[in-house]
Design a protein around this ligand. Structure first.
Ligand SMILES: [Zn+2]
Length: 417
């Protein structure tokens, strides 16, 4: 890729803030895509203009809609060296997260897009974002699905569509929820990626990317097709069940020969409902995935579980695993309470029995006629002492139990807090 030939003439960069005007883009929980992309685009332009020898345009500087064709034509008319189309993502179930870059599917446009996207993706992953990958997408005529990539290719302008992250998912929220400053950080990140790709130097920023090692991408012979099939392998095995905590450790294997595994998610009801997707371990952030993954999930006590896990590839195609039936794990707290109640009940029954025995004794010995007055006095004194001591013991048993119960409830209450 002869980037250096541009060294003497200024690099022309067009930034296209996705959506605008009536065209809001994704919307969720107070976040509107068109507002976010405009802030990022302006920050990207401002940052790029700190570099030497570069001319930067926005397809639109204000909140207005523009046809996709006009955006590409804008770049074509200015002989742009690249168009960066900025977006934020969302998903139907509001459960996906991470950043992705879409590139044209063929020829030098693919190669340039893919080389740039690798730099951009490194910026994203260094920043802490999860990489959903660098991908192509086609319509049913085998053309680029995204109009901006299709029209830019038609205009002879290399382009990439950047989905910064998902504006509708908790895991990505930390990257934009503090407002404008965070969006400006995205813009600076995009500018840095572009500056590295074009080997720019900035006297203002004191950085020099002229020797930056741009990853080289071979020009593909045909169309680089997206993966349209689900992962072919997805299997789980339970390796450990912790009866005290309800934690189940699962060993999962998943494989997709055409692309890579991106997320896994669990179901406790055999696939009727799923928990939120989680990151699948990927040694290389965008086009490889580990063959297996071990994770621990907490299952509810006292319920039978039909455990299933599902793996998706980079194109959001999911495959379900085998189902593992788990017997209900008894709730340890409930077992403790039941044991305590049983012990309490037994003690009360014992005390009741003792009381009855003493009453019987009293009836026998006080009701019968006494043959000897002196002996009767001694006997009755002894019996009275026994009754008092017996009564005291009974009181102590009851007090002990009420105190034990009070302490138990107190400890239980503290644990809950
Ligand atoms: Zn968008």
């Amino acid at each position: 890729m002869p980037i250096q030939v541009y060294a003497d003439q200024p690099i022309v960069i067009v930034i296209d803030p996705g959506h605008g005007g009536e065209n809001l883009g994704a919307e969720y929980d107070g976040y509107t895509e068109k507002d976010m992309t405009l802030i990022v685009a302006k920050a990207m332009k401002e940052e790029l203009e700190k570099y030497n020898n570069v001319i930067v345009y926005l397809t639109h500087e204000t909140d207005q809609d523009m046809s996709i064709k006009d955006r590409a034509a804008f770049a074509g008319e200015r002989n742009a060296d690249f168009l960066f189309c900025l977006h934020f993502n969302s998903s139907v179930e509001h459960n996906l997260f991470g950043a992705e870059v879409w590139v044209p599917a063929s020829g030098e446009y693919y190669a340039k897009g893919y080389s740039f996207a690798q730099i951009q993706m490194r910026e994203f992953t260094d920043f802490g974002l999860y990489s959903r990958g660098i991908k192509t997408r086609l319509n049913d005529k085998d053309e680029n699905y995204y109009g901006i990539l299709r029209y830019c290719t038609g205009e002879g302008v290399p382009a990439a569509l950047i989905e910064h992250c998902h504006l509708d998912q908790e895991k990505d929220k930390k990257f934009y929820q503090q407002g404008e400053e965070q969006l400006i950080a995205f813009g600076r990140m995009d500018a840095t990626a572009a500056a590295k790709y074009f080997g720019l130097k900035s006297d203002i920023l004191g950085v020099d990317y002229r020797d930056f090692p741009v990853p080289q991408t071979e020009i593909p012979e045909g169309i680089v097709r997206p993966d349209k099939t689900e992962p072919e392998l997805c299997r789980i095995e339970v390796t450990q069940v912790n009866e005290d905590t309800g934690e189940v450790t699962v060993q999962m294997e998943a494989e997709d020969a055409d692309s890579y595994i991106l997320y896994y998610r669990c179901s406790l009801d055999g696939g009727d409902t799923y928990l939120l997707p989680e990151e699948w371990p990927r040694p290389d952030a965008w086009n490889e995935s580990a063959p297996s993954c071990s994770f621990t999930i907490k299952v509810p006590f006292d319920e039978k579980i039909a455990l299933l896990a599902s793996a998706s590839n980079g194109f959001d195609k999911w495959t379900d695993s085998n189902i593992i039936e788990l017997d209900a794990i008894p709730d340890p707290q409930r077992l403790k309470e039941e044991a305590f109640q049983r012990a309490q009940q037994e003690a009360e029954e014992e005390a009741q029995k003792l009381l009855e025995q003493m009453q019987n004794y009293n009836q026998i010995h006080f009701d019968e006629e006494a043959p000897n007055k002196g002996a009767e006095d001694a006997d009755s004194n002894l019996i009275q002492v026994t009754v008092i001591i017996g009564g005291l013991i009974l009181c102590m048993i009851f007090i002990s139990f009420f105190m034990a119960r009070a302490i138990f409830l107190l400890v239980k209450g503290n644990k809950k807090r």
